[in-house]
Design a protein around this ligand. Structure first.
Ligand SMILES: C[S@@+](CC[C@H](N)C(=O)[O-])C[C@H]1O[C@@H](n2cnc3c(N)ncnc32)[C@H](O)[C@@H]1O
Length: 250
């Protein structure tokens, strides 16, 4: 499927064939040592209030958070992904609004909003990422928090002149990121051979720097409260490969 075709799909890049395999292909991200620390942080920030998950997907974080007694509402553009959430135990108790999380409005306000697993980068322009922060700010109670989990752009791994970084190679599967440092556009690309037949999946992203996110937060009336290396709250350093950032509504 080329970019134009997949963009035209109302489910975006997470259409039926991708949704069908999502939990299996992201199995490592469903492990309890990955999920539990995230749920601990988010339940603490919810502090008895409501939580809004942007890009709720199949409920990897929302379901265990709801099991902790937090009222969770989600937004996602992919009906195929949300159908998987609905089919899981407890999934039908979670409200979901279908739409673009940069602009979609939902009823009520929230103690915490969160956007995990690098999904801020699925917004492929700076304007959309800024809109997302403003949209979240509109949904937060005073003192409420917005949490983003995203990788630090991997540019230090690119030798001069190179714009491709492989991140998985095996006998039947090759995955690589392609960077355009002029525009901050990137894509993750997956080539796989199954039963002698090749398939190709490519998802466009816009990589974004921590300081740039802080400026987006500032534009939206939020200020940085914490930035960690991950959900276990280790300090963020110059060697960190990802960050979990928490901004609060001023
Ligand atoms: C990598 S999955 C993450 C799902 C879930 N948060 C998790 O951690 O497993 C990305 C999700 O973002 C959704 N998505 C991507 N761009 C979106 C947008 N602009 N508006 C709404 N949903 C979007 C996709 O449909 C998909 O469900």
């Amino acid at each position: 499927m080329d970019d134009a075709e997949s963009y035209a799909d109302p489910d975006g890049y997470f259409d039926e064939p991708i949704a069908e395999k999502y939990d299996e292909s992201s199995a490592g991200m469903f492990a309890s040592d990955v999920v539990d620390p995230a749920v601990d942080v988010l339940a603490g920030l919810a502090d008895g209030g409501r939580a809004l998950e942007l890009a709720i997907g199949t409920g990897r974080i929302a379901l265990p958070l709801a099991r902790r007694g937090v009222a969770v509402h989600g937004v996602d553009m992919s009906r195929a992904m949300v159908n998987r959430l609905r089919a899981k135990p407890g999934g039908d108790a979670i409200g979901v609004t279908i739409g673009d999380f940069a602009t979609t409005k939902v009823d009520g306000t929230f103690s915490v909003a969160y956007l995990v697993f690098n999904t801020i980068m699925n917004l492929t322009s700076q304007a959309e990422q800024v809109a997302c922060f403003r949209n979240v700010a509109d949904h937060l109670e005073p003192g409420g928090t917005f949490v983003v989990e995203v990788g630090v752009p991997d540019l230090r791994r690119l030798p001069p002149g190179q714009n491709v970084r492989p991140f998985h190679t095996s006998a039947t599967k090759w995955s690589f990121d392609v960077y355009d440092v002029a525009t901050q556009a990137m894509s993750s690309n997956y080539v796989e051979v199954v039963d002698g037949r090749g398939s190709f999946w490519s998802v466009p992203f816009r990589y974004v720097w921590p300081a740039e996110l802080d400026l987006m937060a500032q534009l939206a009336g939020l200020r940085l409260r914490d930035r960690w290396d991950g959900w276990t709250r280790n300090p963020f350093t110059s060697e960190s490969e990802q960050h979990v950032s928490v901004w609060e509504k001023c």
